[in-house]
Structure formats: C-alpha cells, structure tokens
Design a protein around this ligand. Structure first.
Ligand code: PLP
Length: 371
C-alpha cells in the first residue's frame, strides 16, 4: 500500500518556488466552492483589483492564467504574434531562449539580440536591431533573468520599442513583488509573471496583463489564435467584465484563494516596503557572502536582490555542497542552469523566504559546509 505523502520540512532559498507563508497555505485549504459560485466570482473581482495594484496598471485585461509561468509566456506570444511577423527577442539567459521558441512555434520571424549570460540586455544592441529591422512588430525581453540573477532596464527598452512603433512583451516571473515594476508608467504592452517567486504562492498560476494596444492587436488579428485554451478573446468571457462570467475552463479554485491571500499580504505590506525588504536582506546576505570570499557573478548595478548568483569557489564540489545544505539543514539553494551549470549557485531571497532568519541560516550553513 502506498501511504499519504508528507513532504520534508524545507527552507526554499533557490530560484523558486520560494517558501509559502502559513497564511497562504491556510487560505488554500479552505473549502472548494464552485468556480461560478457568486462568492467565488466576487473573489475573482477582488483578485483582479489586487493584481492590477501589484503590476501598477489600470489594464482591464489583467488576470491569472490557470497554469504556470510558461503558460503566461505562451499566452502573450500566441495572442500577439501573427504568422510572418518579425519579433525582436533579447536573450541573456535561459528564458530569452524560450521566448525565441515561442515566436518560431507561432510562425513569427525571430530577430535574436544576444548578450553574455550574467549581463543585462544591451539597449544599444536592441536599438541597432530596430534600425536593421524597422518592420519589427514586437520587442520581447526578460526583466529579471532567473538563470543569471540579472535585471535589465525595462523602462529604457520599452521606451525604445515605442519609438519604433513596436509592442513589448515582458517576462516578470521573478520581478513581480520583489523589484520595481511599473507596467503603465513604463508603457509595457503585455506582461506575465508567476506565483512561486516573490509572491510566495505555490507554483501553477501565471498573472498576465495586456494593455490597450495589445488588446487592440488581439481584436484585429487576421489569423485565428492557434491555442484554444490561451485565446484571450475566449478567456475574457470568464475573466472579462465585472460580475458576468461564462464557463471557459474550471478555474483552479483553491490556488486562486492562495493568490488572493498572497496579494492581500502584499497590499498590507505595501509594494515599496516589499521592495525595500528584498534590498535590505540582499545587502545582509551579500556582506556575509563577501566576508567568506564568495563573489557575485553579476555587476552590482544589475543584481537582482531576490536572486543572488554567486561563483562556486575553486576546488569546491558544488553539487555536494547543495546536498549537504539540503540534508543537514533542510535548506535548498539552486544550481546553475544552462551555460552556468556547475559554475554558480543561485541563492533566492524571494517573498516570504526573504527574511533575517533565512539570511543567517544560509550564511552559517554555507560557512560550516565549506570548511
Ligand atoms: N520566466 C522566468 C524568468 C522564470 O524564472 C520561469 C521559471 O522559473 C519561467 C519563465 C517559467 O515559469 P514556470 O516554471 O512557472 O512555468
């Protein structure tokens, strides 16, 4: 007989998922009700208000996609890229590569702008790409590259896209709730995020927001969106106008309770205070790591406070250290991805996991493991 599964106690300081606060877990365990129940529909309306505040937008088309961040990414590309259109995609890590895949799979022509892993997207290179391809219709980039711990200048990139009459698709999976992000003020046209990073919810939901120009583009599409589930025109019947909801798919009811609670917590703390908390604990972690002689991969100006990518010291078996932290301290930190596999550790300070206790534990556990 297979028995019930009881996960071990862990402290999640990797690249996500991050620790989920007990308040969010308790919200998730509340009774499941029908997804068209008037009480649930009222909660959905509140969820939209809370998401708009977190994204700092007035976009009416702001909603959680019922699937992980990758589905939020696909929702943006599948609705906004029409066959044959040119899309400038910036790649400075793993997730820019996935954007390229999306463009190609949906029939677009990808103009790739590559930057070295560990550096931000170069605004000058993107400008040169627009000069060479003035017919590009979309600029897509990752705001916070989780594979490297780099923040790119989303505001400058969006400004550039506007100058060339292109829409922007922005990946904010790791930035939302942890770092300054201004959807309306920066003129972002379509954005997606995830629940499992700085919002500290369980994984599996992707908040998405489309601005007026993106909505107009979806409405004016000549070809049919090649995904039934992610077609925004269809989903809008469920998430669209206040109060009126028509069945589209069965919403993940309890996961949406969790997201609602996490966003209520963010509202209570205040977005700016949440950003300050991430900065504050990042500074403490940085001071401790540097005192141990551990160096950061990314230049200080572009570092993400919520994802600290550090270079594995010479001669250290990086996988053995991660195993020792997990087995001896219940502490998870992340390995390097792709080109950085084996070379770096990724230490997350995301959402509820971004606190003094975790910083102290991580530093002392690493110090005693490295001797
Ligand atoms: N984009 C970025 C920057 C990410 O870090 C991730 C996941 O780590 C994704 C997209 C994909 O999200 P998910 O794993 O929830 O599908």
């Amino acid at each position: 007989m297979i028995k019930s599964f009881h996960p071990p106690q862990r402290i999640l300081m990797g690249p996500g998922p991050s620790d989920v606060s007990p308040r969010v877990l308790e919200a998730m365990a509340r009774p499941t009700i029908g997804h068209l129940d008037p009480a649930f529909v009222g909660m959905m309306d509140e969820l939209k208000v809370l998401l708009k505040a977190a994204f700092r937008t007035e976009n009416e088309l702001t909603m959680p996609v019922s699937a992980p961040g990758s589905a939020g990414m696909e929702a943006c590309f599948v609705n906004l890229v029409e066959p044959g259109e040119k899309v400038i995609v910036c790649q400075n890590g793993v997730f820019g590569g996935r954007m390229k895949e999306n463009v190609e799979r949906f029939g677009g022509e990808c103009v790739l702008v590559s930057d070295e892993w560990g550096t931000p997207v170069s605004v000058d290179k993107v400008k040169a790409a627009f000069e060479a391809h003035p017919d590009a219709k979309i600029l897509a980039f990752v705001h916070a590259e989780t594979s490297t711990g780099v923040r790119s200048d989303a505001q400058a990139l969006c400004k550039l896209a506007q100058q060339y009459g292109a829409l922007t698709i922005v990946d904010a999976v790791t930035s939302l709730g942890g770092t300054e992000l201004e959807v309306d003020a920066w003129g972002i046209d379509a954005i997606y995020s995830g629940t499992q990073k700085c919002l500290s919810c369980p994984p599996g939901i992707s908040p998405v927001s489309f601005g007026p120009k993106a909505v107009a583009k979806v409405q004016a599409r000549e070809s049919r969106v090649p995904s039934w589930f992610l077609d925004k025109k269809l989903v809008m019947g469920y998430w669209g106008g206040e109060g009126k909801r028509a069945y589209h798919h069965t919403a993940p009811v309890n996961s949406l309770y969790a997201l609602h609670e996490a966003l209520v917590m963010l509202q209570e703390e205040g977005l700016e205070n949440a950003h300050k908390r991430h900065d504050h604990h990042h500074q403490a972690l940085k001071a401790g790591l540097e005192a141990m002689g551990i160096q950061f991969l990314v230049e200080e100006a572009y570092r993400l406070p919520q994802l600290n990518t550090v270079i594995v010291p010479e001669g250290v078996d990086e996988a053995a250290v991660r195993s020792a932290l997990l087995n001896n301290y219940g502490l998870e930190i992340g390995a390097g991805l792709g080109a950085l596999a084996g070379k770096v550790w990724r230490i997350g300070l995301m959402g509820a996991a971004c606190n003094r206790r975790n910083v102290t534990l991580c530093l002392s556990a690493l110090e005693s493991t490295l001797v």
